[in-house]
Ligand binder design. Structure first.
Ligand code: TDX
Length: 271
């Protein structure tokens, strides 16, 4: 069944009988949140509250809230542990921080069995072509250009299958009320990553268009994953070079999936 997490009646109907909720649903693109924060507050904050209330009412066992490293803000050196204070910079990350804290508050206030995970930048199959890797890859496949903001910013890349492995461990073995960072252990600058995507497409730097920097652009994300590694036995398994090559091949082979989505995005942007 597909529906809106803000639809309290629908959520109330579908919740009974389940022993766990894994809450992935969110507005997730930073640039969209800069253009308009409304849907981010509605879906990420109110939607999470609707899910928490329904899970509590119907006695669902475990509630895993999937959060993000962006709630910590930006870090110049070293890596964030789970104790780091939250300092989000974009309307997107502020809305995720609010939902992350709300989930933890339901544990402390109501004794709900909540676990929060905070992941680094995901990549892989079926990622909406608004995020850096699928946007640049599909633009290059089509012979177009890629809009690079600055380029010195650093992200830690996590293959979607490693993220799911981490969430599955948190669901089955995580301790109630705890937060677990899930990182990929591969930090690269956006410029380095763009170079890899250009090489894979057989394209040169003339295809890169420098554009005005993102407002409030976080410079670097870096997660310390000792807690989930030591407590739950997590380790990322997909090497970045392998995961990236497979992802690029997937977008080459699956134009029918992403082309309509890009057409829709272009129509929205033209409005
Ligand atoms: O067109 C672009 N040009 C560009 O230079 C886009 C879309 C991005 N970028 C840069 C901005 C970032 O430094 O690339 C980096 C990655 O950008 P995104 O793919 O938009 O991801 P990011 O902003 O890092 O946030 C992502 O990781 C954390 C997800 O979108 C979030 O949902 C997640 O919580």
């Amino acid at each position: 069944m597909r529906g809106d997490i803000c639809d309290a009646d629908l959520v109330d109907q579908v919740m009974p009988g389940h022993d766990a909720v894994v809450h992935f649903a969110a507005e997730s693109h930073v640039d969209r949140s800069i253009a308009g924060a409304g849907p981010f507050v509605t879906t990420n904050v109110l939607g999470t509250q609707v899910l928490l209330d329904a899970a509590r009412k119907h006695g669902v066992g475990r509630f895993v809230h999937v959060s993000t490293d962006e709630v910590y803000g930006s870090i110049a050196e070293g890596s964030w542990t789970e104790e780091w204070p939250l300092a989000p910079n974009s309307p997107y990350s502020a809305s995720k921080a609010a939902s992350d804290l709300l989930a933890l508050a339901y544990h402390r206030t109501h004794g709900m069995d909540v676990v929060v995970t905070r992941c680094s930048n995901n990549y892989g199959y079926y990622q909406f072509p608004e995020k850096l890797i699928p946007l640049f890859t599909t633009n290059l496949i089509d012979g177009g250009t890629v809009p690079l903001y600055g380029g010195g910013n650093i992200r830690d890349w996590l293959h979607v299958s490693d993220h799911c492995r981490g969430i599955d461990l948190a669901l089955r073995k995580g301790r109630a009320g705890q937060v677990y960072n899930i990182g990929g252990g591969t930090e690269v600058t956006n410029k380095e990553l763009t170079g890899l995507l250009l090489d894979a497409a057989g394209a040169g730097w003339d295809r890169v268009v420098p554009v005005e920097d993102r407002k409030g652009h976080d410079r670097r994300y870096s997660l310390d994953i000792s807690k989930i590694s030591e407590e739950l036995g997590y380790a990322p398994q997909v090497r970045f070079e392998d995961g990236l090559a497979a992802t690029i091949a997937w977008y080459r082979d699956n134009r029918a999936w992403w082309e309509p989505l890009k057409e829709l995005a272009a129509l929205e942007a033209a409005k």
